[in-house]
Ligand binder design. Structure first.
Ligand code: MG
Length: 280
């Protein structure tokens, strides 16, 4: 503190400091949803498996399953910023994007094989894509470690938020499944954002003074690194079905900031890691 300040200013500043630490939570946690808390990638794997086998059959094996899946992945990623004619906004994570990417992939191979595009087949492929939004199954894919971890953190007076990117309706259905599982009772907030998490993470931090901040996610660039830029400690939980970073795990591990983040194979490791650093 500046020694030239008048005594009353010094006193005021000290009171403010004490009030901040008195008000501050011990820690604030921001969890990503798909991947770390819910194994929703299995729905996409199942749909892509069915889709690629279907396409392989349609074109009599002319295109390999690997080639089909690679093309679908490129088209799906590329569609993020295409304009959705129904909404006049980019598709981003809108629920129509994935089923449509399967149809576009079929269209692409029709052109390549010089085969007529069949609307019935397109409809069938779109239906395969829509199967990923199976709200009846959401409860089954909640990771069993979530409830014990959230209980553990709440017992330590930590604040817990879930921040997820995606379609409001779809993520809302997942939230209902978390409620059924009793998990939302331990949550201080559940937020859905259409694309970037940056603004919401900032807002969570501003509204929740704390001594420590942690962000947990399976997409290093978009969940973990974004939090680390705002002085969160990153907890990276790589997920084999992560559609954006699969195949890049070694590369990510190479450049991951090891001082400001930790890598856990699953959220099950977080409580023991947390006990270790608290004891340190
Ligand atoms: Mg995720």
């Amino acid at each position: 503190m500046n020694p030239n300040l008048p005594w009353w200013e010094k006193l005021l500043r000290r009171i403010k400091q004490v009030l901040f630490f008195w008000k501050a939570e011990r820690g604030v946690w921001v969890f990503d949803l798909d991947g770390p808390l819910m194994d929703t990638g299995v729905f996409y794997e199942r749909a892509l498996d069915e889709f690629s086998r279907e396409l392989f059959k349609i074109f009599d094996g002319k295109f390999s399953v690997v080639k089909i899946l690679d093309k679908q992945h490129d088209l799906d990623l590329g569609m993020m910023y295409d304009i959705n004619p129904r909404t006049q906004k980019p598709y981003l994570l809108h629920k129509s994007r994935f089923p449509l990417s399967l149809v576009r992939c079929y269209k692409h191979f029709c052109k390549e094989a010089d085969v007529k595009f069949d609307r019935k087949i397109a409809h069938k492929l779109s239906s395969i894509g829509k199967k990923v939004f199976c709200k009846e199954e959401y409860l089954k894919v909640i990771r069993p470690e979530v409830l014990p971890l959230f209980r553990f953190l709440k017992n330590l007076n930590e604040k817990i938020f879930i921040l997820t990117k995606g379609d409001d309706e779809i993520q809302g259905d997942k939230r209902k499944a978390l409620e059924k599982a009793g998990i939302m009772a331990y949550c201080d907030g559940f937020f859905v954002v259409p694309n970037h998490k940056n603004a919401k993470i900032k807002e969570i931090k501003r509204k929740n003074p704390a001594l420590h901040y942690y962000c947990v996610g399976d997409t290093y660039k978009e969940d973990v690194e974004i939090g680390m830029r705002l002085w969160f400690f990153g907890i990276y939980t790589p997920y084999k079905y992560n559609w954006k970073e699969r195949g890049k795990f070694n590369e990510i591990e190479y450049y991951r900031d090891k001082n400001r983040s930790v890598r856990c194979s699953s959220i099950a490791e977080i409580s023991s890691w947390f006990n270790t650093i608290k004891g340190a």
